[in-house]
Design a protein around this ligand. Structure first.
Ligand code: FEO
Length: 396
């Protein structure tokens, strides 16, 4: 097995997971996921940047052994405590009895709580603190709430390498290479949107604060805990994270609907068809009962327009649509052009509830329609008008 060198002093020792079905037991992993760890070799000391999930430790230790030339690991930097990165801590501590864990106050509280580790194993750092590994320094940059409160990043100034924790991460196991210059990266870009919106989406402001801090660094490589090491496409990835954290949608419309017997779906199709006539080319249409929530959330974050439709079900919004709306509210979605449509058989409720939900999110629908039973001529006209209002608001 070849050692994956990123720069003269930085090496990749992470692992791929092509077995787990759902990340956090929630989000599907059709292309797997990587848990990235790195070794930084100074002339005096060696640091390990994060560990991996406990079940993958053997593979990681194998790589470490081939990388560190029988030297001990002196420091473990915990940029993020979530167990997909901290699961290996107990084993590393046993293997390296003099190793110190470096983290901020919140990290240390969490590591102690999760793994029952005594005070003597920790070195607490504060924002911008630096430690010297010998001709190589690690600078710690506190970036809380991406997406846990202890998250931080670590910068190797001499190499221009930023270890960014989950920041700039994406789903997808690594296909042979590690760096974006070594492999076809097209498959990772949709997974950036999905990873950001599913995992980090609620924390737009903290991401903006982190971006402000990292913009002051001379970064050449972004080494996230998930996905490729970004070098050639670094600016593109930063731009995606910037836009998503500002909730800036791209050109396009996402339509999310529920339908028990096809009538609400007919309205969704009519709206989509009219939007297409108006020139909208990027249309993502999700039947909420079938599409994975993970992908619906991703498209809703990505595109500027969002239209949601639901039949009335037990006097409420159809459950999978309600779940989607709850995911939007939880992620404090902003800056969307939204519209709603509903249907009912004897008592109307879903459309009114959708409008209320969006209003609670401070997103006033630009159009809304309700339909009794099946689409009538008036309903068809209303669907066209709704699509026209959305198209007008989006500047088509
Ligand atoms: Fe990759 Fe938030 O853990």
């Amino acid at each position: 097995m070849n050692i994956r060198k990123i720069t003269d002093r930085v090496f990749y020792v992470g692992v791929n997971d092509r077995t787990t079905h759902k990340f956090e037991n929630l989000w599907p992993l059709p292309q797997g996921v990587s848990y990235n760890s790195y070794i930084v070799k100074g002339s005096d000391k060696i640091a390990l940047i994060d560990t991996v999930e406990a079940a993958s430790m053997d593979a990681m230790l194998n790589k470490i052994e081939k990388t560190i030339d029988n030297r001990p690991i002196d420091y473990l930097i915990v940029n993020h405590m979530e167990p997909d990165h901290s699961g290996g801590i107990p084993e590393i501590l046993k293997l390296y009895p003099d190793l110190k864990i470096i983290g901020n106050r919140q990290t240390i509280t969490m590591v102690k709580g999760y793994y029952n580790i005594g005070d003597s194993r920790f070195l607490e750092i504060k924002d911008n603190d630096v430690i010297d590994l010998g001709e190589t320094t690690l600078q710690f940059i506190l970036t809380p709430l991406i997406h846990w409160p202890e998250t931080m990043m670590t910068f190797v100034k001499e190499e221009g390498v930023l270890f960014s924790g989950d920041g700039f991460g994406c789903f997808g196991a690594l296909n042979g290479g590690v760096m974006d210059t070594e492999m076809e990266t097209e498959c990772y870009f949709p997974e950036i949107y999905r990873y950001y919106s599913n995992i980090v989406g609620k924390y737009g402001k903290p991401v903006q604060m982190a971006l402000k801090k990292t913009s002051e660094l001379d970064i050449k490589y972004i080494c996230s805990t998930h996905g490729p090491v970004w070098h050639q496409y670094m600016d593109k990835v930063v731009d995606i994270y910037n836009r998503l954290s500002l909730y800036e949608g791209e050109e396009g419309v996402t339509i999310v609907y529920g339908s028990m017997y096809g009538h609400t779906e007919e309205i969704a199709e009519l709206i989509a068809s009219r939007l297409n006539e108006r020139g909208v080319r990027n249309l993502k249409i999700h039947n909420a009962s079938k599409s994975e929530m993970s992908f619906i959330i991703s498209d809703a974050f990505r595109y500027k327009g969002l239209i949601v439709g639901s039949p009335t079900y037990n006097g409420k919004v159809f459950p999978p649509v309600e779940e989607f709306m709850s995911a939007m509210e939880n992620r404090e979605i902003k800056n969307k052009v939204v519209a709603t449509f509903g249907s009912f058989t004897w008592a109307s409720s879903a459309n009114k509830s959708l409008v209320e939900m969006f209003t609670r999110m401070k997103l006033e629908p630009v159009a809304s329609m309700d339909m009794k039973h099946s689409p009538s001529e008036e309903d068809i006209k209303a669907a066209v008008l709704l699509a026209d209002n959305v198209a007008d608001s989006l500047g088509y």
